[in-house]
Design a protein around this ligand. Structure first.
Ligand code: DOR
Ligand code: ZN
Length: 348
């Protein structure tokens, strides 16, 4: 196989933040230009908690898709202690809801409505297990005594493993895993457990946030970890193992909100992810596994059809050009800068 050209099924993004209003209008085209579908995160203010909220949000998203783009938003509900199992069932059977999202209360941006006591969410979780609806999990504990770099590993022990013991039939996606512990936990389990990996966590480790000054555009949650974890993520993503798939977690915040004394968590990668991934997979000698990671493993986990259309990327001598910022009605959003040139382009 030539390493200078690669054709794959059009990718999907299994974890994406689109926001609402002017921000939604400003960023959606960056995703719909590259991806056929995306799992849309529900952490709006207020969050998307009921099927009716998801219908309305889906309509706003659909209305904002640029003409000529073919893109399907896959909607999620934000799991709360008050989520009504009948509402989930109705939304799922009507084809509105693809998954639910669990944020431990306080874990990240707009997560105040998250779950504190799992006993209260059990009726909803039991119904999901019965119907086969996946639970997307933000896997970090929020206990103040736990170091931020340990929060994913501790979540596995204290929350995820007990939950999966209690409800083994529940299908779970560990979102944006950042550690070797996350990789190993997925590998040690069965087909009911999958994980998404972001593009940026394949590229940066925690030095990118802190060396030479504080770099707010490298700050996201879960926060990037030390190098050995990045290497474990790269090995998992490029392995072809069907339980690992792409979820960019592309999360737009305006520069004003990022470059502040209390900057928001989130890295925006919608517009350069596909080409960055080609670069990473080539570095790992695994270009032939890119399609599994970006276009096959996700739909298979979710029980959805694979995309029929294809994209072709080719490597050229000159670097690809990406917008450094996306201009939105709310203000500019800085795009993730990997710190090196990318030579992968879309073939004409
Ligand atoms: O970095 C992040 N940004 N992590 C999250 O979990 C939420 C997201 C956001 O909504 O900005
Ligand atoms: Zn996210």
């Amino acid at each position: 196989m030539s390493t200078h050209r690669i054709t794959l099924r059009r990718p999907d993004d299994w974890h994406l933040h689109l926001r609402d209003g002017a921000m939604l209008k400003g960023v959606i085209g960056e995703t719909s230009a590259h991806f056929a579908r995306a799992i849309i995160m529900p952490n709006l203010v207020p969050p998307v908690v009921k099927t009716a909220d998801a219908v309305a949000y889906r309509d706003r998203i659909t209305a904002a898709i640029p003409q000529g783009h073919d893109f399907t938003p896959l909607m999620t509900l934000y799991l709360t202690e008050g989520t009504n199992p009948d509402d989930i069932e109705e939304g799922y059977k009507a084809g509105v809801i693809t998954a639910l999202k669990l944020y431990p209360a306080g874990a990240t941006t707009n997560s105040d409505s998250g779950v504190r006591n799992f006993d209260n969410a059990m009726p909803a979780l039991e119904r999901m297990a019965e119907l086969g609806i996946p639970l997307c999990v933000h896997g970090e504990v929020t206990d103040h005594d736990v170091d931020i770099f340990d929060r994913e590993a501790v979540f596995i022990d204290r929350v995820l493993e007990p939950l999966r013991k209690r409800l083994p039939e529940l299908r779970v996606v560990m979102e944006h895993i950042t550690t070797e512990d996350g990789v190993e936990y997925v590998k040690a389990n069965d087909k009911n457990l999958g994980a998404t990996i972001t593009t940026h966590h394949l590229i940066i480790n925690r030095n990118a946030i802190l060396v030479g000054g504080i770099h707010p555009h490298m700050y996201c949650l879960p926060v990037a970890k030390r190098e050995k974890h990045r290497l474990a993520l790269r090995a998992a993503a490029t392995s072809g193992d069907a339980r690992f798939f792409l979820g960019t977690d592309s999360a737009p915040h305006t520069d004003e909100r990022k470059e502040s004394p209390c900057g928001c968590a989130g890295i925006f990668t919608a517009n350069n992810t596909v080409q960055l991934l080609a670069h990473v997979f080539e570095q790992e000698n695994a270009l032939d596994e890119l399609e599994a990671f970006a276009s096959v493993n996700g739909p298979q986990f979710y029980g959805l059809p694979l995309n029929g259309d294809q994209i072709t990327l080719e490597k050229r001598a000159e670097p690809a050009k990406f917008a450094a910022k996306i201009e939105t009605g709310e203000g500019p959003v800085t795009v993730f800068n990997p710190g090196f040139d990318i030579f992968w382009h879309y073939a004409d």
